[in-house]
Structure formats: C-alpha cells, structure tokens
Write a protein of this length. Structure first.
Length: 373
C-alpha cells in the first residue's frame, strides 16, 4: 500500500492533469472533506474560510486564518501558505482580499461546485468557472483508500453482528447505541482524529418506517421489523451496514415484504457492474417494486457513493447517467416502508470490481438468520 505522502502526491498529480486538460490556471477548493482528501489535515472552520488553491504547474497554496498557520505546517505535504486575520478583518486583511491578490491576474479560475456562495459573492474581480473535478476524482478509489475503507467495513460488520447477538424483545435501544460508543473510544486510543464518527442503534418498527427519524434511547426492541443501522467514519473513511430483523416469528405479510426487499437487493446487485449507468440501478429496482404494487412505499434512492463520507457521489438514482466504473464504492440499500408498520432495508458497502462487485461489509441476510428468538 502507498504511504500517505505518495498517496497525496498521486491525488494532486491527477487533479493537476485534469486542470491542464480543462485549461484552468488555478482551482479553488473550500469543502472540508475535499481539503482533507488532498492534505490529510483535520480542522473545524468555526466560521473562518479555509481555501486550498490548486495550480496545474506548481505546488498548492493554502489561505487559512492566522491562528491556524502553525497547525497547518505539516512535513508530508509540500505547499505554500498565506493567511488572513479572521472571519472579518481590517481592510487588506480579509480572506477575500488575500484570495483576490493571488488570483485576480488569472483569466481562467475554476472553483469546485460545492463551494460556498460567499466565495464568489465577495470576489467579483475573479473570472470564476464552476466545475465538479474533485467530486468526480473522489468517486474512483485507490488501493490505499480501498484498504482504509475495508478496515472500517470490517468494524462496521462486527458491530452489526454484536447487535444482532444482544437483540431480543425488550432490549433497550441505548444498549445497542453503546456498542458504537465503545468502538469509538477504542479507535481514539489508536488514532485520534476529528474525522471519527460512530453510530449504531436499532430502529424499532415504530421508527423504522421513518429512516431518518431518531429513536428514543429509552425505547425497546419489539417484534419487528426492526432495522439495525451502523454508520461509521474512522480515520477519515466511511462504511455502513444495516439489517432488518425480527424477535418473534414474522407474520405472512411481513415475510412477503422481507422477500420483496431481498428480491430488489438481488436485482440491484445483478446490475452493479462497470459499464452500466448509475441511473440503471434505480430504474430496475423501481420497475420491480412497481410490478409488486409498491411504488408508493419507496422513500429514497437504492444506493449512493461511500468514501470519506457515508453519502457522496455517485448517486445511484435517476437523473445521474454517469457510467459505473471499477473501484467506485457504494451502498446497496433498496428499501420499502409502511407507515406505522415498519421498514425493510438491508444495507451493505460494496466496491465495484472489473466484472461485478464485492461486498465489503458482511452480516446475516436471510430471514431465517434474522428471526432472533
């Protein structure tokens, strides 16, 4: 596996090649994750803009608040550094004045599309060209990244299996949440990082039909369908693993719903391969659900990219006709929801291979394994 220094050099070199191809003289990056991707430097903005300027033919330039200058001096990353005083400052000492000083003489300056509007609002002197170069570069993972992602996926899988072992009727949601907190504490002793986030909990049936609800920690697991959700970011890389389970024998209707979810999952995976469009995934999954009369029970796309975050590009949904490529990492989560009854969703983290896919997370999938009496 590459060293961190080599990995960052390769990422910067790839971006510089893209800047030359796009005839851009400079490229401004302000998103916290995007900056971490190229520098491995963790920070919290606290209102103060952090600006990374990439050039096609020379080393990058950081523009950072004055109080961060020493923090941003790292040995493994070669760059220039300039600073401004604070979020607002006296004339000539504001962030936008420093930025204009460096870019005003250039004719073609790119800016990543996720940058804040204030970047262009205060810098009308600059001829901005909006692009999504970093977004597209981040979609294709290097071997270095795949190794990091697999590390997190293994921990994520382990916590889901632990949760299923302790889950029964009456188990407190707080007890399932505590498992992730333990992992987070262990990871901090190995590698302290502002990028670590650990979430694991069971959404009982009264919550599982609302996938972005927040279950009461005093609630308890019931018959089902319950969904265990594990969302981890460790050392800056993400993974997710989720399982639908029951603690008593599911009804005939619940068994049917579970089977429909699993069939949609199989259809998804059969189409997860290089050369297909990202939109093809939702197209075939939605077509199956429509055949089953379940179109009104779909609440979200069947999958999305995973990398530095649990949700990033590519989105596997209609409207995104990008071609799937080897080493993209995505979630696999076609799902159906029934109001006041519960939801049905497994999720796994998967990497696209040269001729298909490989699941990076591993946990029980079949109904017989997921009836936890």
């Amino acid at each position: 596996m590459n060293s961190l220094t080599t990995e960052l050099q390769q990422r910067i070199s790839i971006l510089q090649n893209k800047l030359r191809a796009a005839h851009l003289e400079a490229y401004v990056i302000t998103d916290q994750e995007d900056i971490w991707y190229f520098t491995n430097i963790s920070y919290k903005p606290e209102q103060r803009p952090f600006i990374l300027i990439m050039y096609p033919d020379k080393k990058p330039l950081f523009v950072v608040p004055k109080l961060e200058v020493d923090h941003f001096t790292v040995p493994y990353f070669d760059y220039d550094l300039d600073n401004y005083f604070d979020v607002t400052s006296k004339p000539a000492d504001n962030w936008y004045e420093v930025l204009i000083k460096h870019l005003k003489k250039l004719s073609h300056v790119g800016i990543e599309g996720n940058s804040q509007l204030l970047m262009t609002h205060f810098t009308s002197e600059i001829n901005w060209i909006v692009k999504f170069i970093v977004q597209n570069q981040r979609m294709i993972k290097s071997e270095y990244e795949l190794d990091k992602l697999q590390y997190v996926a293994d921990i994520c899988s382990r916590v889901v299996k632990q949760t299923l072992r302790i889950a029964k009727t009456g188990t407190k949601i707080a007890d399932t949440y505590r498992l992730a907190m333990q992992v987070g504490a262990e990871e901090m002793t190995k590698h302290f990082s502002l990028e670590n986030r650990t979430i694991n909990a069971v959404w009982p049936a009264e919550y599982s039909f609302m996938p972005h609800s927040i279950p009461d920690l005093n609630a308890t697991i019931g018959a089902g369908p319950n969904i265990d959700i594990a969302l981890f970011v460790l050392q800056g890389y993400a993974s997710e693993c989720e399982r639908t389970f029951f603690t008593v024998e599911p009804t005939t209707e619940q068994q049917t719903r579970f089977t429909q979810m699993m069939t949609a999952r199989s259809i998804f995976l059969n189409n997860l391969k290089p050369g297909n469009k990202a939109s093809d995934i939702e197209k075939v999954v939605d077509a199956y659900f429509a055949e089953q009369g379940l179109s009104d029970n779909i609440l979200h796309r069947p999958g999305h990219g995973i990398g530095l975050n649990n949700h990033e590009w590519p989105t596997l949904s209609l409207g995104n006709d990008s071609i799937l490529q080897k080493n993209m990492v995505v979630s696999v989560e076609p799902a159906i929801y029934f109001q006041n009854q519960g939801g049905y969703r497994h999720s796994d983290t998967a990497v696209i291979t040269k001729d298909g896919y490989r699941l990076m997370t591993q946990a029980p999938t079949t109904l017989s394994e997921l009836i936890l009496k």
